[in-house]
Write a protein of this length. Structure first.
Lengths: 482, 1033
């Protein structure tokens, strides 16, 4: 038995014993009861507990997905060079964009400029039994195209990176709302015992279009801090302050933690404060994370075949490595795993830019799907591939594309997403979603539905409102589900 | 002990406590609308039957009694006073028929049996409505004066409930509590001992006064205020770049320490700039209006962000002063409270006069000198003023020289006008720049700017005689630094100018040019220029002295300049001859011409005339006006212009310029802060339907107070932010005094009297002690908004001084402590966790204010910031050990040690903080270098403590420092066990002790035994991490 397994077992025994002795004062029973009886059991969640089971109990529907891996393609991928073929746009290349398409729409950096059509810069070809047409630079994703649920009619409200990420993550452009991973861990808890329930990984591509990403994108907003996303970093301590101080061995650290907990227990005997039991648990959890996180991050134990499948080297910090880490996190029961791959902001050089991105993303995404499938995890893991917006069919600076929110492509895979479907369409120039448009709230509502949650019922009282991930909107799209 | 916990803490009673509002813990004989009914109606019914006119279903409104008593669309009457059975409402909430049942299934709302019973009883008792509690002016009912009033109201509720208040806490606990609450730092063991042994009857009162007088008080009070107003060092959106604003934070601390009346505090922040002769401090205070999130993101649209800024500011006023969720009315009339969209945008219009870039970098702001700097600044100002007086005159002879100058200039202008400027037939660039011939015959260059270029301009206009030509270079807004050149600084170098005549009948001939002159020739600071300056001559030398020398004009860019040459003899040209002018620019670095015009003359007198710098267009136009037709303004403008060029005044001019420069150089070293400056014209504010900024058809609105709170004033002039501030602190506004009292109360009890600190609307919670809240609000207002008075009333009360321990029975009965039969206890705020560690470590620097500090931070934490990419450099020296309050607040990446303890990002106004208990807190306390260094500092203090010998005595000493009490025998044993084990480990492993002790910027004293120090450091780490250490009780 490894030291970690030993720790785990000891901990489990401890928990069992405590529950048996009725010691879990803030334990599952009390919290679940509180959350049942009081929908805003947030206060109970604030005080923490051994383990948070989530407020959605029982589930609103039988869940098809149990966890989510959200592959954020940050910067705004061009749908026109990836997954939305537009031959008509090629024909119109260089001609003025007809006013009828653009009138009354938001425009970002192309404000006040002459709008010219810019034909797709890369070739498309048909993939899979269903002949789904994709850019030829994505043959690996193409090889699993029949397992993917394609949405070519995505829209969003925001058109600048920061608010657009906020909207995609929280359903609001106003800071301070919980990110979707926070909502899910609040709603469902997490099966991960020694890891956070909501984990974030970031990577930067070769083109270097490094748009900033704020920590608010994984912030818990008005939900308690325990639901915040934890950023696992590629360099330095994977979790902030995870490493012991220099010169402090694991056993010395354990001595200090044990001393603190022993003293806290003694103090509890005097003042009788339930918060103390919680604090003791948190120190134990912290100590365990100091072992479990490095173990998680260490890809050297992965067989060569797996590293080759993803196309990554341990410690290279690539999107592919993060995809492999996402699988490991999924195996460990983490509820919401969000990857940010930056560098999709192709105001110029969109052709070269997407060529780089294809090399970084294509194999890795296929590998994640394949690897989850071969471990029987794809069934109940929902993968979402999405940027914060798309890009204009008009050219910017002669060889790039501007931000665009009227129509773009995202895809889902596994976890009850309907495979091999192409849902919705943009107009013939790839400007606006005209057939079955869906917005961010719809996407969220559908995701929650797959996870067994009725989106209108996952709410928290905030500033007098029953605040939800889906705001006051959201429509579950049955065509996207099996 | 094992069985102690078997008594359930979450008993049925506790669950009942969850369900019932605080007010219902006591059996109420009569149903009270505000306490019992409005919350039920608001939460379950108002969304469809409430104030939002556009959403009312079935013609029924329940927020207004008159309407609720009318038949609805269905013809049925919802409320029949006295007759529950005849009331449709009662039928609807009780029916089993899903089609009729209210609230409907899709709302996911259900009424509890207790709520249904309340509604029935309420109708039976007459279905009386009352205005919403928070919108009625606070009324003071009779109570004993002073702090006894607090105990009077709290005691009355407790007596009704049959609960006894807790006894007074012991003195150690009391002083610790008081110190945390008023200064944010724990007391020293000596202070505790002195208080414990002080027999005087006013022992406690004196501690209160001492703490109120300490400068730490202002820092402590600033913490929740800075959250409320969302103070931060960076802009928030996208690049999240820094901005200058920390002087505002220091203003807040000063205001609390000086006990500035809260009404003044309000006026200064909202409208300090509008006060008569505002002081520096009042202008700094107006920085409040600049605290919001702003963006520099490329492609951000101004109207989008203009709307965001407006809504941000309205939410801030709502949250900070009114306790209203006005933000809801951005898109529609409020669902629960009588706030309309018009109220929302009219409130926003108050801020339409704030001058600011909508998209882009913030300006540096106003200089804020400290006292010493003010003295120096005053000296500079005196110098400038003295020279200015001298400059203002009188100056003998100046008016004569002015008249002479005018005569000469007028003659020159007449002569210049004789030059002709024909339009060129063609103009081309050898390197592919775009040359555009404009209607005024000038040529504007655009497109790519090559390193070097040659322009060829061809004229076919049939000039009969040619005696000279001039190249006039002209500024243009499209050029860098307005030109006339295309280099970044607006300069150019014309290295060679040639003119040749092309004739259909004869070979082309190049004309010889002589007498080169220019209105300005740039001085040269490089030895390689053979002319010693960038002269006109070097542009017509046939490049005999190198091709890179030429004519340039720095620093006189941004205005017209001329180079003039004379032809060797007067040339006569045939009508079909073409003149070709070639302008070579071989200097490099894009030093090419941006806009120029070529002019000719056939008159040799004109051709040989001196060339002067052209007066600016405005002056030239004044000079062209006949002297008799000039008005006074024109004449004085001309005079001013001349005075600035008068050669005899040059020395004085230079002295004045030098003094001004010295002053501005000094000002550049001063800290700056964003303040509110009034724009010349306020932005137009329209109601945005559904909050959509792209819809421009909404009605335009002027600043106005919320109609439901203030009867619409007809003002003769547009209302200002000062009017808004005046109204906020006027007796007409029922909200603000309550909101502030409630927030201050929260600081001293952990929860406000109304639990939801930022929502006093229908969806908030009615106060647990409405009469106490009102009494305190009146007392606060009537005392002249005296905050220290309010604080005294609270902390001197018996209610505040109670023990925080609760019996099991009380825990079950009142788990949230709404009845105040005890004190609260909670984990101290993020900043205070840091302050305590630094203080125990002997590291805390007690300075007040100044630029924000950067404590150690894990490398790479800012890796996802960009525009620009940023390094984090931890502050050196004393700045490293500042209180947490002064930590650099990077909105998108708040310092992770603060974030772990629930510090808000300050992107939005926050009236309260979470109090979470998460593993990251343990990681910070155990592993953050700041805490390890503090622990080591504490260990040094332990080892050097005077008159302390032996491990046990040292452990006791340490314990007293941290907790103000001696350890129990078993606590002592536990820490000594850790000490001994680690001391012997570090003895046998000195290398790791050495590495451990290196942590942080302050080296430990060399005279201490390393193993011992390392082991005590581990003890200190444990003590700093204790629950009791982190808890205010």
């Amino acid at each position: 038995m490894s030291p970690i397994q030993e720790l785990l077992q000891a901990r489990q025994q401890r928990q069992t014993r405590r529950v048996f002795l009725g010691q879990a004062s803030q334990g599952l029973g009390a919290l679940a009861l509180a959350s049942l009886l009081r929908p805003d059991a947030v206060r109970a969640a604030t005080s923490g507990s051994d383990h948070w089971e989530g407020v959605v109990n029982p589930m609103h529907f039988a869940p098809k997905a149990r966890r989510v891996i959200w592959l954020t393609q940050a910067g705004g991928p061009s749908h026109l060079e990836t997954f939305d073929p537009k031959p008509k746009l090629a024909e119109m290349h260089g001609q003025p964009m007809p006013d009828s398409f653009t009138k009354g729409r938001q425009i970002a950096q192309l404000q006040g400029q002459k709008l010219l059509c810019y034909g797709p810069q890369l070739k498309f070809q048909k993939f899979g039994r269903n002949g789904i047409e994709l850019c030829e630079l994505f043959p690996q994703i193409g090889s699993v195209a029949d397992e993917i649920c394609w949405i070519r009619s995505m829209t969003t409200e925001a058109i600048n990176h920061d608010p657009a990420h906020m909207f995609m993550n929280t359903g609001s452009q106003i800071a301070g709302r919980p990110s979707m991973g926070s909502w899910l861990t609040y709603g469902l808890g997490s099966d991960a015992r020694n890891l956070p329930g909501f984990v974030v990984l970031t990577s930067l591509g070769r083109g270097g279009q490094n748009q900033p990403i704020a920590a608010r994108q994984w912030a818990p907003g008005f939900l308690p801090s325990r639901f915040q996303g934890v950023h696992l970093r590629g360099k330095g301590d994977p979790v902030l302050y995870l490493g012991n101080p220099d010169g402090i061995t694991r056993s010395r650290q354990k001595d200090v933690v044990d001393t603190v907990n022993r003293l806290n227990r003694e103090h509890d005997a005097v003042v009788d404060d339930p918060e103390i039991a919680t604090r003791i648990t948190q120190y134990e959890m912290a100590f365990q994370m100091q072992a479990s996180v490095p173990e998680l991050m260490d890809l050297s134990a992965e067989p060569r075949s797996i590293l080759e499948l993803y196309g990554c080297q341990p410690g290279d910090g690539s999107f592919a490595s993060n995809c492999l880490l996402a699988r490991r996190l999924a195996e460990r029961g983490v509820r919401f795993i969000q990857l940010y791959h930056k560098d999709w902001d192709h105001h110029g050089g969109v052709k070269q830019g997407v060529e780089f991105k294809a090399q970084e993303v294509d194999r890795a995404a296929m590998a994640l799907i394949t690897d989850l499938r071969q471990r029987d995890l794809l069934r109940d893991t929902l993968i979402v591939w999405a940027g914060e917006f798309g890009r204009t069919p008009m050219s910017q600076g002669g060889d790039g594309r501007d931000h665009h929110n009227a129509g773009f492509t995202v895809w889902m895979c596994g976890g009850g997403a309907r495979p091999g479907t192409v849902y919705g369409a943009t107009d013939e120039l790839g400007y606006a979603a005209v057939e079955n448009p869906i917005d961010v709230h719809d996407l969220h509502a559908t995701m929650l539905r797959l996870l067994g949650i009725e989106h209108t019922r996952l709410s928290v009282k905030f500033q007098g409102l029953d605040a939800r991930l889906t705001g006051i909107a959201g429509r579950v799209v049955p065509e996207l589900m099996t | 002990m094992l069985f102690r916990r078997r008594q359930p803490r979450h008993s049925a009673l506790r669950v009942a406590g969850f369900l019932l509002p605080a007010a219902m813990l006591v059996a109420a004989p009569k149903v009270d609308f505000n306490r019992d009914i409005r919350p039920v109606l608001s939460d379950n019914c108002f969304a469809c039957h409430g104030p939002d006119a556009s959403k009312v279903k079935g013609g029924l409104r329940l927020d207004d009694r008159d309407r609720a008593l009318q038949p609805a669309k269905s013809g049925k009457v919802a409320l029949v006073p006295g007759k529950p059975e005849a009331s449709e409402l009662i039928f609807r909430i009780q029916t089993a028929d899903a089609d009729d049942r209210m609230p409907p299934a899709e709302s996911h709302k259900t009424l509890t049996p207790a709520q249904k019973d309340l509604l029935r009883r309420w109708i039976a008792e007459g279905a009386e409505y009352k205005g919403h509690w928070a919108y009625a002016k606070p009324a003071r009912i009779d109570a004993p004066p002073g702090p006894a009033a607090v105990d009077f109201f709290v005691g009355r509720r407790l007596a009704e409930a049959g609960i006894k208040p807790a006894p007074e806490a012991d003195r150690r606990t009391l002083l610790r509590r008081l110190s945390w609450d008023l200064s944010g730092l724990p007391p020293t063991p000596e202070e505790i001992a002195a208080f414990e042994n002080d027999p005087s009857p006013d022992a406690y009162e004196r501690r209160v006064e001492a703490l109120l007088a300490s400068p730490r008080y202002g820092e402590r009070m600033a913490l929740p205020w800075l959250d409320a107003v969302r103070f931060a060092d960076t802009i928030g959106y996208h690049s999240d770049t820094p901005r200058n604003i920390w002087p505002y934070r220091d203003y807040v601390i000063r205001a609390f320490n000086r006990n500035m009346p809260f009404d003044q505090f309000t006026r200064e922040q909202l409208a300090g700039d509008l006060l008569p002769n505002p002081t520096l401090d009042q202008k700094v205070a107006s920085g409040f209006n600049r605290l919001l999130l702003t963006t520099e993101e490329g492609g951000a649209q101004a109207r989008d962000y203009e709307a965001r800024y407006l809504t941000d500011r309205v939410r801030a006023v709502g949250s900070v002063w009114l306790g209203q969720t006005i933000g809801c009315a951005q898109c529609h009339d409020h669902k629960f409270d009588p706030i309309t969209s018009r109220d929302f945008y009219s409130m926003g219009a108050f801020f339409a006069d704030v001058s600011e870039a909508i998209v882009g970098a913030r300006e540096p702001g106003m200089p804020v000198p400290d006292d010493d700097q003010s003295v120096v600044l005053a000296l500079h100002e005196r110098d400038v003023a003295a020279l200015q007086r001298e400059w203002d005159g009188p100056h003998p002879g100046l008016s004569n020289r002015f008249e002479n100058w005018q005569d000469a200039e007028r003659a020159r202008i007449l002569a210049d006008a004789l030059w002709v400027a024909p339009k060129a037939a063609s103009a081309t660039s050898a390197e592919g720049a775009e040359l555009r011939i404009r209607d005024d015959a000038s040529i504007l260059v655009a497109g790519k700017n090559p390193e070097r270029d040659t322009y060829v301009v061809r004229f076919t206009n049939g000039i009969p005689h040619l005696a000279g030509l001039q190249v006039e270079v002209l500024p243009d807004d499209s050029l860098p630094s307005k030109g006339p050149g295309r280099a970044g600084n607006g300069n150019f170098v014309l290295t060679e100018l040639t003119v040749r005549v092309e004739s259909p009948s004869a070979p082309a001939r190049t004309l010889n040019l002589r007498n080169p002159r220019a209105s300005i020739e740039q001085a040269s600071h490089v030895d390689t220029n053979p002319y010693g300056r960038w002269s006109a001559a070097s542009a017509v030398d046939g490049d005999t002295r190198g091709e890179t020398a030429g004519w340039a004009i720095l620093p006189q860019v941004g205005r017209p300049q001329r180079l003039r040459v004379t032809t060797e003899r007067v040339e006569s040209l045939a009508p079909d001859d073409a003149l070709v002018v070639e302008l070579r620019q071989r200097h490099g670095d894009g030093h090419n011409l941006g806009r120029f015009r070529i002019q000719w003359t056939g008159d040799s007198g004109l051709a040989d005339a001196a060339v002067a710098e052209s007066a600016p267009a405005e002056i030239a136009s004044l000079l062209r006006t006949p002297p008799g037709a000039l008005d006074d303004a024109g004449r004085s403008r001309l005079f001013e212009y001349y005075k600035e060029t008068d050669p005899q005044l040059a020395p004085l001019r230079q002295r004045l310029a030098a003094a001004r420069k010295a002053k501005s150089d000094f000002e550049a070293t001063l800290p700056r802060t964003l303040v509110t400056m009034r724009a010349d014209a306020p932005r137009v504010v329209r109601i945005l339907p559904r909050g959509n900024w792209m819809i421009e058809t909404g009605e335009e609105v002027a600043p106005a107070l919320p109609a439901f709170l203030a009867p619409q004033r007809t003002a003769p002039a547009r209302l200002t932010r000062l009017d808004l501030a005046d109204w906020i602190v006027s007796p007409e506004n029922p909200l603000t005094a309550r909101v502030i009292v409630n927030r201050v109360w929260r600081q001293f009890f952990g929860t406000g009297l109304s639990k939801v600190a930022d929502d006093f609307g229908a969806q908030g919670e009615p106060p647990s002690h409405p009469e106490l809240l009102d009494w305190l609000a009146c007392e606060f207002r009537d005392s002249g908004w005296d905050l220290k008075h309010l604080v005294r009333l609270i902390v001197l009360s018996g209610t505040y001084r109670q023990d925080s321990k609760a019996s099991r029975e009380l825990m079950a009965r009142d788990p949230d402590n709404r009845l105040l039969a005890r004190q609260g206890r909670w984990r101290i705020e993020a900043e205070l966790v840091r302050d305590q560690a630094l203080s125990l470590g002997g590291l805390l620097v007690a300075d007040i204010g100044g630029p924000s500090a950067k404590p150690y931070q894990p490398p790479g934490y800012w890796e996802n910031l960009n525009f620009p990419v940023r390094d984090y450099d931890a502050s050196p020296g004393a700045q490293q050990y500042r209180r947490g309050l002064y930590t650099w607040w990077q909105r998108s990446y708040v310092h992770p040690s603060l974030l772990a303890f629930d510090a808000p990002t300050r992107e939005e106004c926050a009236a309260e903080r979470n109090r979470s208990n998460i593993p990251q807190q343990a990681l910070v306390l155990l592993n953050d270098p700041s805490y390890v260094e503090a622990a080591r500092g504490f260990a040094v203090r332990i080892l050097k403590a005077p008159a302390t010998e032996g491990d046990a005595a040292r452990a006791d000493w340490a314990w007293r420092q941290v907790l103000g009490r001696a350890p129990s025998a078993s606590e002592r044993k536990t820490v000594l066990a850790l000490l001994e084990k680690h001391r012997s480990e570090f003895r046998s492993d000195p290398e790791s002790a050495g590495r451990f002790l290196k942590m942080g910027a302050t080296p430990p004293p060399p005279d201490l035994d390393a193993a011992s120090l390392a082991a005590w450091t581990d003890v200190a780490r444990a003590l700093l991490s204790l629950h009791e250490t982190l808890t205010r009780s």
